[in-house]
Design a protein around this ligand. Structure first.
Ligand SMILES: *Cc1c(COP(=O)(O)O)cnc(C)c1O
Length: 453
């Protein structure tokens, strides 16, 4: 039975990342209120938001502190043109970002969503080399299973076929290198002994193509959209060295993992590296408003700095670039990272999740692996634990498990056969227990019923 609002929704709205026909059987929940990790629908049913509403939320829904500064800012100034004009929240955000991001990242360029930040980094890197007369450099190198967003440039460097394939005729000619795949490691390394031998795939491609490559783009430590595929910091360390050797930029896409997700403020810190471009969005406003930034080096900045007539400026803008409300929230989020022990909280909740999840999932049938970095945990479901054979995607087992968990009040939106936990940092122990046990119950039921048919 659909409610009136659900009927109206289906009549007028085309939802993202969805086959709309599915919605007729499974209409969208109409959410009217949020509080902490919970979302409440029009009938008063609540759902624990274990995916932080597509990885954006850090400190819970309707967070009092963030809502308050937003309301105040809205009554003072909501938005202004960002060319020749500026405002205090943007200045505060930029100063804090330069202080908090890895060394050498000194200039902040504002945009308004993650994909736009990727476009900015790609264009800046290309233009940088063009202005240094390295005109052969016009390709990007990206990894298999990468995800960098949905615009044509961002899709071009993405490597998840599900999102790219139909657009192939439109996409840039990207050098695609085989990325890390720790669960199915081609070198059969134990994680404790891993020296990232698989970096050789990128190394070979750089050796061969470096003269045409302007930048390597990567998701540090976790290839998120591909199914929370995790790899060790040493891979990043080696990649940074290769980029320097071959005179190509390194673009770190921390849109999903930045702002504490991996247990450090930025994932690059764990490899002790600085990229040439750091793309940030999602958590930057704690899940309140769309905002993104590209933080880059003085070296890049200076390649664009000259008399107007040389036409070296970076002529890229978005209407909502540096939006005042979004910047005010980001300022508060960054203040919370500086003034409160947010990283201790992430560490503590991460350890709690690991304890609970390893006990709950490791011995279950069909669970090939439970993996975790920081406060991101993932369960990879397989047909056979020994061969690691995946479930065929037509079976949509993740989707079926998702629907059953929702009935139990848990929002886990899987990626294919991978279920994952990426809750707000403010989740309590009790809420985490609910998240883990509900997932376990759902899995056990689902596979018991599946074996009956
Ligand atoms: C979400 C995401 C993007 C795209 O950001 P949008 O705001 O959705 O355009 C890019 N890269 C990564 C790693 C992401 O997780």
């Amino acid at each position: 039975m659909m409610t009136q609002l659900q009927e109206k929704d289906l009549r007028y709205i085309w939802h993202p990342c969805a086959q709309m026909k599915d919605y007729e059987q499974f209409p969208p929940k109409v959410i009217v209120r949020g509080e902490g990790v919970w979302l409440y629908d029009e009938q008063g049913q609540r759902y624990l938001d274990a995916v932080s509403s597509w990885w954006v939320n850090l400190f819970g829904h309707a967070n009092q502190r963030l809502s308050q500064v937003l309301a105040q800012q809205a009554q003072t100034l909501e938005h202004t043109i960002f060319a020749n004009f500026t405002h205090l929240p943007a200045i505060e955000v930029a100063e804090r970002l330069v202080r908090l991001t890895p060394q050498g990242l000194n200039k902040v360029f504002f945009a308004d969503n993650g994909s736009a930040a990727i476009e900015v980094a790609l264009k800046m890197s290309f233009q940088y080399h063009a202005q240094k007369n390295k005109t052969r450099k016009k390709r990007f190198l990206a990894l298999t299973n990468a995800y960098h967003g949905e615009t044509i440039g961002a899709l071009s460097v993405g490597g998840v076929d599900l999102y790219n394939e139909v657009y192939t005729p439109l996409l840039l000619d990207t050098v695609r290198s085989q990325g890390p795949d720790c669960y199915r490691c081609p070198f059969q390394q134990q994680p404790s002994h891993c020296q990232a031998q698989c970096i050789e795939f990128v190394e070979r491609d750089l050796q061969q193509h470096h003269e045409e490559i302007t930048a390597v783009i990567i998701e540090p430590l976790i290839q998120a959209a591909a199914g929370m595929k995790m790899y060790p910091p040493i891979y990043l360390k080696k990649l940074r060295a290769l980029c320097t050797t071959y005179d190509v930029h390194l673009i770190a896409d921390e849109i999903a993992v930045g702002f504490g997700r991996t247990g450090s403020l930025f994932a690059c810190e764990q490899a002790d590296i600085s990229p040439d471009f750091l793309c940030l969005s999602k958590g930057i406003t704690g899940g309140y408003l769309p905002l993104s930034v590209v933080v880059t080096t003085n070296d890049v900045y200076e390649a664009f700095y000259d008399d107007y007539q040389t036409m070296k400026a970076f002529l890229h803008s978005h209407s909502y670039t540096g939006n005042t409300l979004a910047c005010r929230i980001a300022q508060e989020v960054l203040t919370m990272f500086e003034d409160e022990n947010v990283m201790d909280m992430v560490q503590e909740k991460g350890a709690m999740l690991r304890r609970q999840a390893e006990t709950a999932f490791c011995d279950l049938p069909y669970v090939g692996e439970y993996r975790q970095i920081g406060l991101v945990g993932a369960i990879e479901l397989v047909v056979d634990k020994t061969t690691k054979q995946p479930f065929p995607s037509e079976e949509r087992i993740g989707y079926h498990i998702y629907k059953e968990a929702l009935e139990k009040g848990l929002l886990i939106r899987p990626l294919g056969n991978i279920l994952y936990f990426m809750p707000p940092y403010t989740i309590t122990e009790e809420e985490m227990t609910f998240m883990v046990t509900t997932t376990k119950d759902t899995l056990v039921n689902f596979f018991a019923e599946r074996e009956l048919v």
